[in-house]
Design a protein around this ligand. Structure first.
Ligand SMILES: Nc1ncnc2c1ncn2[C@@H]1O[C@H](COP(=O)(O)OP(=O)(O)O)[C@@H](O)[C@H]1O
Ligand SMILES: [Mg+2]
Length: 349
């Protein structure tokens, strides 16, 4: 049993604290959870992954000559992301920067180790629904990770700009997010931080999974117990309970992201609960509120994501075959979303 470190101004009653076995709230919105590394995949799946011959190779340390365009793209828990230009080919790139200014060599090494996890995973991935890794560099003050620039920004920023998405757009995006997750799970990778802020959309409406800072590869799964931070609103019950973090946790978080897209707000946001009450609800296996006006098809789909027992949740393959998922190709949209991106295009040109 662990305890909760609380920096929240609204302190919860002490009885609530003692009920929470594992998580540590690191600030008002994020928590640190112990990763107990129990069952990630069953034996049949492990065999299948071995056959994929997907090996983690040496870290790709490709450096890019680039110039800053002084345009802020976003930030998260790790660092900020800015727009840059590859001087050699003129392409826009996204530069995720980790500041190391003022840290001693030991602290810098720790930061590099953290960043390495993201680079190790990302540099091996090649899928249209996953953001492309281009290289990295270390300067005096920063470690920079170069990524393909995804011009529409994150789903979270689109929701902030344009409000909640219509159900048919959510259908299309969900299919693409699932295809990205399918690729990851097939290769023994669990993303572990699926949410609107970590899914980017390009100018043609293609969704790309990003932010692999919390992700885990199967080959690392037997390492000693580690902690990682995430946002409790999107976390599965078993993650908050500290019972392990298998691939089905990504499915719960996908369900939360669908709620986020349909309501325009983070899951649990429409309820008058503080972070502690949300944590307690999720620990009991309660899903976030599902708006009553939604179609029966989407409600049915969500019911397969929000099973308390991880193995009762549907896997990606089954979800991709659910009637809620459109049977069209990736690039065919049943709604015209091109107008959504015009203002963004103007900003960066
Ligand atoms: N490749 C990219 N193209 C465009 N915007 C990006 C890109 N990568 C990140 N961003 C923006 O920066 C934000 C933070 O990036 P992220 O990788 O999630 O950082 P963190 O690990 O700090 O959470 C994203 O929510 C998004 O708005
Ligand atoms: Mg992020």
């Amino acid at each position: 049993m662990g305890s909760v470190v609380c920096t929240n101004k609204k302190s919860p009653p002490s009885t609530l604290l003692s009920d929470v076995p594992n998580p540590f709230l690191v600030d008002e919105n994020r928590m640190e959870v112990k990763d107990n590394n129990d069952k990630y995949f069953d034996e049949g799946e492990l065999k299948e992954f071995e056959n994929q011959q997907f090996q983690v190779q040496k870290m790709v340390n490709k450096c890019i000559k680039w110039q800053s365009l002084n345009h802020y793209l976003g930030s998260g828990s790790f660092g900020s992301v800015e727009l840059g230009k590859d001087i050699e080919n003129g392409q826009f790139i996204a530069v995720k920067q980790l500041s190391i200014k003022g840290y001693n060599p030991k602290q810098i090494q720790t930061k590099i180790d953290q960043f390495e996890q993201e680079i190790l995973v990302l540099s091996k991935l090649d899928h249209p629904n996953i953001v492309k890794y281009l290289g990295m560099e270390q300067t005096q003050n920063h470690i920079n990770l170069f990524l393909e620039h995804v011009s529409g920004g994150s789903i979270k920023s689109l929701l902030e700009r344009y409000g909640k998405f219509p159900e048919n757009l959510v259908q299309v995006y969900t299919k693409q997010i699932l295809q990205g997750i399918e690729y990851l799970h097939k290769h023994g990778i669990i993303h572990r931080d699926i949410k609107g802020a970590n899914i980017l959309v390009d100018s043609t409406g293609i969704c790309k999974l990003a932010d692999f800072g919390s992700s885990k590869r199967l080959s690392f799964a037997k390492e000693e117990c580690k902690t990682f931070t995430g946002t409790p609103n999107w976390m599965a019950p078993e993650v908050i309970n500290g019972k392990g973090h298998g691939r089905f946790a990504d499915i719960w978080s996908l369900g939360c992201t669908i709620i986020e897209m349909l309501t325009g707000k983070p899951p649990w946001c429409d309820e008058t609960k503080n972070q502690y009450q949300i944590i307690m609800e999720v620990m009991k296996g309660s899903p976030p509120n599902i708006p009553s006006h939604l179609s029966s098809s989407i409600k049915e789909f969500l019911s397969h994501c929000f099973q308390q027992e991880p193995h009762k949740r549907w896997n990606v393959i089954k979800l991709l075959n659910h009637p809620f998922i459109p049977n069209t190709s990736n690039t065919t949209f049943s709604v015209d979303i091109s107008n959504m991106f015009k203002p963004l295009q103007k900003q960066i040109n």
